[in-house]
Design a protein around this ligand. Structure first.
Ligand code: GLA
Length: 396
């Protein structure tokens, strides 16, 4: 650092001969400038480190969202809160807007938690997503059956669907900005899943749900949301489904690709091919992004305990920490995803990760419980993984 004592006071300098004064001045000036530049750069770096964030970096491209749990929007989770504030400008409730929580009995809606979730989003000026209105999972049996066990008629179920959608969407009209109206209506081959909704109402249950949601809040974005939409058959099924609804004049904003992905899938081509198809229908959102790093546990879900004990080492290999080599593979996968998202950013409105830190993720419990997975962008301590910087640098 420059020593200020060595600088001559201005009064002394003017007494010196011109040449010497000039030389001294230039030297001192140079040092001063250098010193100031150094201070400025340091200040800028500190400032940049503090303000560089996913949401700021991508603010002209797409929202950066997270699915959040109850403790997070009630502001009890001190690890997640600073991350949410700094990096995210959109939220989705992980569970509390699902039918079984918000409308557990025929005549009772439970809005205490969802009101708090929405308030959190409003206070923090976030794009708020409602998830989800119509799904085959996490929906109570009473929705489809009378008390005596008799199954509802089409008209009866449509009436229940309408009441539910009008009540929930209506309550948050103008506050919740976008809804996953129907979740997971398709099979892997692109045909309709034979859920109770489908069996009782018929294929047009999806169109009806969109119609009711639109009537309840004509300004809200309305999405069809599903997983494995990088698979060509399922993607084609989604296109067909959404097109048929739009043809009837019922608005569908676009498609939500959940994005529960892994180290080897989807490929860049699969991802791009689907986005190219979907962008013809409207907006694309990535709604539930995570990248599983564990060996596939499918097939073992619900397996008996003894089997799990034998397989536990094999299926839960990173209990203590994630090896660098695997972290690297995950980074490459995330980087490729974000490169594709940026390429199609004109058509992509939001990238939402399903959780904030690795510790929050459902992937620790599914398809096998009690494993240690690392699917998100922030680690168990709440630190950004190196990939966060890489993603940010993609457009810096
Ligand atoms: C699906 C649902 C989400 C959530 C995840 C797993 O993708 O859409 O609501 O339940 O599964 O947690």
């Amino acid at each position: 650092m420059i020593k200020m004592a060595k600088l001559k006071p201005f009064k002394d300098l003017v007494k010196m001969n011109k040449f010497y004064y000039y030389k001294i001045s230039i030297n001192s000036l140079n040092k001063l400038i250098l010193f100031n530049v150094f201070i400025l750069i340091t200040a800028c770096q500190t400032k940049t480190r503090d303000t560089i964030s996913l949401k700021n970096t991508f603010q002209n491209k797409f929202y950066i969202g997270a699915a959040i749990n109850t403790a997070q929007y009630l502001e009890e989770d001190q690890r997640a809160l600073p991350i949410l504030n700094k990096h995210f400008n959109s939220i989705t409730p992980e569970n509390d807007l699902k039918w079984m929580y918000i409308h557990p009995y025929p005549d009772s809606f439970y809005f205490d938690l969802s009101d708090k979730f929405v308030e959190f989003g409003l206070v923090n000026n976030m794009f708020i997503v409602g998830h989800t209105l119509i799904w085959h999972n996490q929906t109570p049996d009473w929705v489809f059956f009378h008390k005596d066990g008799e199954i509802l008629t089409r008209e009866e179920l449509l009436a229940r669907m309408k009441t539910h959608i009008y009540t929930v969407v209506g309550r948050y009209k103008g506050q919740i900005n976008g809804w996953d109206v129907v979740n997971e209506a398709l099979n892997e081959d692109g045909s309709m899943r034979e859920s109770f909704w489908y069996q009782i109402i018929g294929e047009d249950y999806v169109a009806k749900a969109f119609q009711f949601a639109y009537e309840a809040d004509p300004q809200a974005e309305l999405y069809y949301n599903d997983y494995n939409l990088h698979n060509v058959n399922k993607a084609d099924g989604a296109v067909q489904l959404v097109k048929s609804i739009q043809k009837q004049g019922i608005p569908v904003t676009g498609i939500g690709m959940q994005g529960h992905w892994g180290l080897g899938y989807p490929t860049k081509k699969e991802l791009e091919d689907s986005i190219i198809k979907f962008k013809e229908l409207g907006i694309v959102a990535i709604t539930e992004l995570d990248v599983d790093v564990l060996p596939s546990g499918s097939g073992y879900q619900g397996a008996d305990i003894s089997l799990q004990e034998v397989l536990i080492e094999k299926l839960n290999p990173y209990r203590e920490n994630l090896p660098d080599s695997i972290q690297h593979l995950q980074s490459k996968q995330y980087e490729m995803f974000f490169e594709v998202f940026l390429k199609y950013s004109e058509n992509i409105s939001r990238i939402t990760t399903w959780g904030v830190t690795d510790d929050d993720s459902w992937k620790n419990e599914w398809p096998i419980s009690n494993r240690t997975n690392y699917p998100l962008l922030f680690d168990r301590e709440g630190n950004p993984k190196p990939i966060v910087k890489t993603i940010i640098q993609l457009i810096e």
